[in-house]
Design a protein around this ligand. Structure first.
Ligand SMILES: Nc1nc(=O)c2c([nH]1)NC[C@@H]1CN(c3ccc(C(=O)N[C@@H](CCC(=O)O)C(=O)O)cc3)C=[N+]21
Length: 290
């Protein structure tokens, strides 16, 4: 059994990003910028945003957080997004999810300029991913693909079972695996007999937030396990969706949670933001030359 060390790989990627930031600064004098929109007081969201901000600082980005009260109106958030779309210091825009009940999330995600959509949540980028075209890919599933690549795990022709069908994790994960020529199944809350599906899997990728959802009797020998879940136990400990202690004994490769996919998510956010900054710098250059 080998651990897929997301913390170590995320450090490597952060170093690469930092170098690219230096290059961008010296070649065009531009600094990648990330704007985060945070609504309300949810402590978990605030903690994630803080981690993202710190990562931006380490990489040498410009970053700004728009902190808004829970009671804020749809119109006020829309105004902020339009302003960020027009702000040349901002290359990437991230709207921290989930948003309060009274907010129309879809409408906000569609308002973000697809060229600044570093979360890859705009339907334009979702469509590009679905058709296998280059675009912005959601950070968590992109981080999983990077982890698989780092450890030379080729999913081509393999039976990959994704558990969870969210727009943020499950669906883009399945699209990436399919684009990598895997055979893909998506299981979800209404799936009859989850075990039947996971038992046939060469790779299980699970992100639903249910502690110990995947147990050793549900997987075959030498399975690859990607745990995308993050939950807190009543004692306050962070855990994934997989019974790590027992499932790890049967697996060939496994991500721990924490320390696996989580840190990769942040690294991919940095990587997507540098990609956006490069594209935006090129566009500005073309404009000035015209
Ligand atoms: N628009 C948007 N984009 C997101 O990417 C987004 C979001 N909203 N809302 C919430 C989720 C959650 N998320 C995580 C990021 C890092 C870790 C992470 O680094 N976790 C560490 C542990 C962190 C800790 O110690 O608390 C780990 O797994 O090792 C986890 C989860 C991004 N999200």
């Amino acid at each position: 059994m080998q651990i897929l060390d997301g913390r170590a790989l995320s450090k490597k990627i952060e170093e690469k990003v930092s170098q690219e930031v230096k290059n961008l600064k010296s070649t065009c004098g531009c600094t990648p910028g990330l704007a985060v929109v945070l609504v309300g007081q949810d402590p978990a969201s605030a903690a994630y945003v803080n981690m993202k901000k710190k990562a931006c600082d380490r990489a040498g980005f410009y970053s700004i957080t728009h902190d808004m009260p829970e009671s804020i109106s749809q119109e006020a958030i829309e105004k902020t997004i339009v302003m960020l779309n027009n702000d040349t210091n901002v290359d990437g825009i991230l709207i921290q999810l989930p948003l309060p009940e009274h907010i129309d999330t879809t409408k906000l995600l569609e308002l973000v300029d697809p060229a600044k959509d570093v979360d890859g949540f705009h339907p334009f980028n979702v469509g590009r991913l679905a058709t296998g075209l280059d675009g912005f890919v959601p950070c968590t599933p992109l981080g999983v693909m990077e982890l698989l690549r780092e450890y030379n795990i080729d999913v081509k022709g393999k039976n990959c079972v994704v558990v969870g069908a969210s727009n943020i994790v499950g669906k883009p994960m399945a699209a990436l695996l399919l684009n990598a020529n895997a055979t893909v199944e998506i299981c979800h809350i209404f799936t009859d007999d989850l075990k039947k599906h996971t038992l046939a899997a060469d790779v299980v990728l699970v992100g639903v937030g249910v502690i110990n959802l995947i147990t050793e009797d549900m997987v075959k020998d030498n399975v690859v396990i990607i745990d995308i879940g993050v939950s807190r136990t009543p004692e306050g400990k962070l855990v994934g969706d997989v019974d790590f202690e027992n499932v790890s004994k049967k697996s060939s490769y496994i991500t721990p949670s924490p320390g696996g996919v989580g840190p990769m998510t942040i690294a991919m956010l940095l990587s997507n933001t540098v990609k956006a900054a490069k594209m935006n710098a090129k566009k500005l250059l073309e404009k000035s030359e015209a």
